[in-house]
Design a protein around this ligand. Structure first.
Ligand SMILES: [Zn+2]
Length: 274
């Protein structure tokens, strides 16, 4: 017979009778730990196996919950579904270096032809940024520790559709720019893809300019380097905005060029005069 347990919430309802182990039929014993007391789990093999299975189930549920929270963060950041499982931990070193630069406030302009993995690299960077503080990412200097990152991954189409739906509504596009300004990190994928009408170039410039004036990091991918992008955006006559936009990008971003088929990041040396 176990010692009479002290009055606690757990023992109050049945202070004198010990619970019976459903596996072996023995009474469980009362254990005190400082001012707390509890019924010790039975040490028979079946009870232990049951406890072990229950703990494993709890771990599984916790892992599933963490995974669901991770996917929610990615969805909220506008990171396309296809990357969610493909680019998870461990992050690609190229993606991590882009993320680490962004954490320092420095943007990246990733230049390369279609199919070289530009989007892959920046989405990996965005995911690493989003996950900051939620779990460890990287090693040593690139280990990320700050919490609560607000990240948005968009395309020119998103900007133009926001501008379109703001049309005729006073301050609506300004409100959109306010949201853009508040983000910890903005990613624009495939800059220069949209038809460069003067209206479109002005709206895209406005988004880049608000990141520039807020001194907040911006990551862009583009098929075009600086002079090609000016040429592309000037096609329909919006020369001044095109130049101002590219000048902002050059000031805010380290240019990196993707070449070949191996997805490795090269430095800016190849970009000069482009
Ligand atoms: Zn038992």
């Amino acid at each position: 017979m176990p010692m009479q347990p002290p009055t606690t919430q757990e023992s109050a309802s049945s202070p004198t009778s010990a619970p019976i182990c459903p596996f072996c039929g023995r009474e469980r014993s009362w254990v005190t730990l400082g001012q707390y007391g509890f019924w010790a789990p039975c040490d028979c093999p079946d009870a232990q196996a049951h406890d072990k299975a229950q703990k494993a189930e709890e771990e599984r549920a916790k892992a599933a919950e963490l995974e669901e929270a991770r996917l929610r963060r990615y969805r909220r950041a506008g990171i396309p579904e296809r990357w969610h499982s493909e680019l998870g931990n461990p992050y690609d070193p190229g993606a991590l270096s882009i993320c680490a630069a962004a954490v320092q406030g420095k943007g990246t302009w990733l230049i390369g032809k279609v199919g070289l993995g530009k989007t892959r690299a920046v989405m990996g960077a965005a995911m690493a940024y989003v996950d900051r503080g939620s779990r460890s990412a990287g090693e040593g200097m690139s280990r990320i520790t700050v919490e609560g990152a607000k990240v948005s991954c968009i395309t020119e189409e998103d900007i133009l559709s926001a501008a379109g739906s703001a049309y005729g509504k006073k301050d609506a596009f300004d409100a959109y720019l306010d949201e853009i300004r508040k983000l910890d990190l903005l990613v624009i994928d495939d800059l220069g893809k949209a038809k460069p009408t003067p209206w479109a170039v002005q709206k895209i410039f406005a988004v880049i300019d608000c990141r520039y004036s807020a001194k907040k990091p911006l990551i862009v991918t583009s098929q075009y380097g600086p002079s090609d992008l000016i040429a592309r955006l000037s096609q329909e006559g919006e020369d001044q905005s095109a130049r101002a936009l590219v000048s902002r990008l050059c000031a805010m971003c380290d240019r990196k060029r993707l070449q070949g088929h191996d997805h490795r990041l090269a430095g800016d040396a190849h970009v000069a005069g482009n």
